[in-house]
Structure formats: structure tokens, C-alpha cells
Design a protein around this ligand. Structure first.
Ligand code: GCO
Length: 483
């Protein structure tokens, strides 16, 4: 099976199983990211990030929302750890805000920033919850963007120094280090399509950013390895595109998206090379001269686990010249519409068959199964971990204060079933992190979209475990998919 199947989904199998037993030791966790939950953006010496700047720029984020307060996790972290204990989670995937550690991205280290994450990690360990720490979940220090951001090589140098600092500070206690979260978003949405910070529209910069993020990853793995006193695992998290082609150039459309979105990262990280078809496709835009001698060897580092984020599939069609409808709506999964920098052939992201979540993303659990099996076939020795999967729905609080969210529960059940099916087919899947522990700041959508298995009332900041959270607690405690 391949990611680049050429026909649209022929209808989803049901994927509503119960009673499935996950392998012993399978990790059940939940995930968040610093800017989405912490708040406290001016506290304890934190410097500004590109998301502070972007969210304050009129028209960029729904309703003018910012992460200034978010879930106030920076102050309520102990309460949130208690919540994780109550849910029986085995691991917590969080991200470290680079601008808390190095307020200007370089140079001076801010001890108060380190102290916060040290308290968090210690609190997790006290409760028997494994810390899975991501170094970069999109909050680039603004000063680094001011000197060119991910479009320039010096940002990868700065990231390496940041990784050294974190390895030395927490490498004795962190269970798993993740270098980057979804570099696809950082590069293409940040520097190409512009729907994410820093909001630039520069195709060449987007491809340079791809490379500098890859380089930052490889250098960070080496830096963490040399400074971590314990025996942590090393990983990266990618958001893969499961692309269905349509039309008379269906296979070509799917191949191009696979090259640009998936293999632009797995190629250098897991094989030590950029795919030849990617270089050929992008030749009209760049000769990739930003790739220097030794870079590919630096990027190609053994990983204990590859993090996989999956939400939905994409359907793509290729046109010669301008498509009938060049969508450019900032839809994350759609890659911002006309995906192909520099080509006369336009790849258009088509509307998907439903049903949909509140993000407008199609619900396709079979895509997760297919993706995991495909990755296993491409990289047979590479253990995998689902580092994000979940769904936004418009939750309604019941009169008794509870939050029944049957659609999210059903979404999770079906995707856990898909993961189990992949395991049955021989995929070495080590764990699963539900996105998200808490309703939080959903980037360009602000607080309008709720992904949490725990509700956050954004007026009072009160937390309420949703029905999906209770269901997940039963799964996490028993390892058996509850009815
Ligand atoms: C992502 C992110 C999350 C999003 C989630 C829903 O990696 O895209 O990790 O920050 O909130 O994916 O869009």
C-alpha cells in the first residue's frame, strides 16, 4: 500500500470496534503545545515569539484572539497534572517555549524559563507520567525572525545551541525528546501560504525553511545526545499528507504532494537525501543551493521513534495553468491551496467527501491505518508513535455541567480502531497521543475550535472532563478499547 493512492476513498469501513486489546506497554498520552496553553507571555523573562507578533496583527487570527492567557497552564500546571493523573495518562507531550529559555533566541539563557519546565517534568515524574518534550512547536523567538527566520541558516545554528541548553537542563529526566513539531506547517504555512506566523508569502523562502528546519532537527538530535545525562529517546513529529489523486493526472498530483509534504522531510531525516523528484519538481523555483556539504549527513540521525500526526486525508487534482478554483483558505490540511511553488502545473486541493469535524476536515480513519502501514513499509525498522490525533467539535455544556461530546468520542474510537488494525498488520506502533488534553488556542482559529478531551471555560478557565475524556481514561487504564 502506498500513501499516493490514485483514487478517492471508496467509502469508509465502519471502524467502530470495541474490546480491542492494545499491546502491553502501549503508551496512552495526550498532547498540548506551549503557545496554545501556557499564557503568561510576559512573565519570568519570556521574550516575544512570532506568534505573539502574528496574533496581534489585525486580521490574522479569528476574533483577534491571542495566546496571552490561553489556558493559563503556566500557573495552573499542577492542577493540569492532577487532571492527567485522574485520566490515567501514561505520558504527556508538551512543548518548550524557546523564547522562555532564550528570550532573544540566542545568547543569554533565562533560568526562570528552565525552572518552569523542570518543575513540570518533576511533577510528571512524581505522578508516573512520562515527559515527552518537543523543542519547537512554532514559537520562534521574534528576534530570530527579524534576522531572517527559518529562511536563513543561522536559525538552525541558534536551534542547536537551544537544544544543547535543554539537553543539559532536562536530559536526565525527559523520557522522549522531539525536535520539531510539523515542520511542514512552519515552512509552508509560515513562509509560503502565510496563514501561520510569520505570515510570509515567499516560495523560495518556504523551501529554504524546509531545509533549515531539517538541518535544525539533525543538529538538535546530536546536541541533545551529547548533553542529555539520562537515556532519553529521540524523535521528530511530522504531519503526513495522505493524498488521493483525482482527474486524468491523478497519480502525478498525488506524487507531487507526497514529495513536497512528506518525503521532503522523511527523505533527508530517514534516508539522508532529498528525493530526486522533489528536486526536479521545484527546479523552476530553486536549485537548493542552500544545502551545504555535510548537511545531509547531519540531518540523517537515527531516531528511536517517528512521531505521526494525522487528522484527515487530502484529495488533489492537477491542472495545466490556473485551476478553476484556486482555493487559498488557510486550511491546514489543504496546504494552503495551490501547493506547487514555481510550477505551471497547479495542484488544487479539492473538497473531501464528509462527514466533517468542526474544522471542515473529513473524518477518514482508514487514512490513518493506510498511513501507518505505508510508513512501516517505507521504513520497516522505524518504530512509530501517533503524536497527534483528535477532533474539534462545537461542544455544548449540558444543564448538569457535563460535556457530552459523542462525535469526538466516536472519532477517537474509530481512529484507535484504525491504529489497532495497523498493529495487527505488523506496524511497530508504540503509542498514541490524543490532541488535545485541553481546549486551547487553535492558531489562526483562535479559541473558536475546541479539540480538548477536557473543556476549558475561557471566561473562568475552569476545566471539565468531557465524556470523551472519561472514555479515554478507561482506555488508558485498561489498554482495551471501551464499548
Ligand atoms: C499541529 C498542532 C496542533 C494543532 C492541531 C489541530 O501540530 O498542527 O500540533 O498545534 O492545534 O494539529 O490543528
Amino acid at each position: 500500500m502506498s500513501i499516493t493512492t490514485t483514487t478517492a476513498t471508496q467509502g469508509s469501513p465502519d471502524y467502530r470496534d470495541a474490546g480491542l486489546v492494545f499491546p502491553p506497554g502501549f503508551t496512552f498520552g495526550s498532547a498540548t503545545a506551549a503557545y496554545q496553553v501556557e499564557g503568561a507571555v510576559h512573565e519570568d523573562g519570556r521574550g516575544p515569539s512570532i506568534w505573539d507578533t502574528f496574533s496581534r496583527t489585525p486580521g490574522k487570527v479569528w476574533n483577534g484572539d491571542t495566546g496571552d492567557i490561553a489556558c493559563d497552564h503556566y500557573h495552573r500546571w499542577e492542577n493540569d497534572l492532577e487532571l492527567m493523573s485522574e485520566l490515567g495518562l501514561g505520558a504527556y507531550r508538551f512543548s518548550i517555549a524557546w523564547p522562555r529559555i532564550m528570550p532573544t533566541g540566542n545568547g543569554q539563557v533565562n533560568q526562570k524559563g528552565i525552572d518552569f519546565y523542570a518543575r513540570l517534568v518533576d511533577g510528571l515524574l512524581e505522578r508516573g507520567i512520562r515527559p515527552v518534550a518537543t523543542l519547537y512547536h512554532w514559537d520562534l523567538p521574534q528576534t530570530l525572525e527579524d534576522s531572517g527566520g527559518w529562511a536563513v541558516r543561522s536559525t538552525a545554528d541558534a536551534f542547536e545551541r537551544y537544544a544543547e541548553v535543554m539537553g543539559a537542563a532536562l536530559g536526565d529526566r525527559v523520557h522522549t525528546w522531539t525536535t520539531l513539531n510539523e515542520p511542514w506547517c512552519s515552512a509552508y504555512l509560515g513562509y509560503g501560504q502565510g496563514g501561520h506566523a510569520p505570515g510570509r508569502h515567499e516560495p523560495v523562502s518556504a523551501l529554504a525553511a524546509v531545509h533549515h528546519l531539517n538541518l535544525a532537527h539533525g543538529r538538535a538530535v546530536q546536541a541533545l545526545r551529547s548533553t542529555s545525562a539520562g537515556d532519553p529517546q529521540y524523535s521528530v513529529t511530522l504531519n503526513f499528507h495522505v493524498a488521493r489523486g483525482r482527474g486524468n493526472r491523478a497519480a502525478e498530483a498525488a506524487r507531487r504532494v507526497d514529495a513536497l509534504a512528506n518525503r521532503a522531510f522523511t527523505g533527508p531525516m530517514l534516508r539522508g537525501e532529498y528525493p530526486a523528484d522533489l528536486l526536479a519538481d521545484t527546479a523552476p523555483v530553486t536549485d537548493w543551493s542552500f544545502v551545504k556539504d555535510g548537511d545531509l549527513a547531519a540531518i540523517h540521525q537515527p531516531l528511536d521513534v517517528l512521531g505521526v500526526n494525522y487528522y484527515s486525508t487530502v484529495t488533489v487534482q492537477m491542472w495545466d495553468g490556473v485551476s478553476p478554483k484556486q482555493q487559498n483558505d488557510g486550511h491546514k490540511a489543504a496546504g494552503g491551496g495551490t501547493a506547487w511553488p514555481g510550477s505551471h502545473d497547479v495542484v488544487e486541493f479539492l473538497e473531501q467527501p464528509g462527514p466533517y469535524t468542526a474544522m471542515g476536515w473529513n473524518i477518514a480513519p482508514e487514512g490513518l491505518e493506510e498511513l501507518l502501514v505505508s510508513l512501516h513499509e517505507q521504513f520497516p525498522a522505524q518504530p512509530l508513535m501517533v503524536t497527534e490525533n483528535g477532533a474539534a467539535f462545537d461542544d455544548v455544556v449540558a444543564a448538569d455541567g457535563s460535556v457530552p461530546d459523542p462525535e469526538r468520542l466516536d472519532y477517537l474510537r474509530r481512529h484507535f480502531t484504525a491504529a489497532h488494525r495497523a498493529i495487527q498488520q505488523g506496524v511497530d506502533l508504540r503509542g498514541y497521543f490524543v490532541w488535545s488534553l485541553l481546549d486551547n488556542f487553535e492558531w489562526g482559529y483562535g479559541y473558536a475550535k475546541r479539540f480538548g478531551i477536557v473543556r476549558v471555560d475561557f471566561d473562568t478557565l475552569e476545566r471539565t472532563v468531557k465524556d470523551s475524556g472519561r472514555w479515554y481514561a478507561r482506555l488508558a487504564r485498561t489498554g482495551v478499547l471501551p464499548a
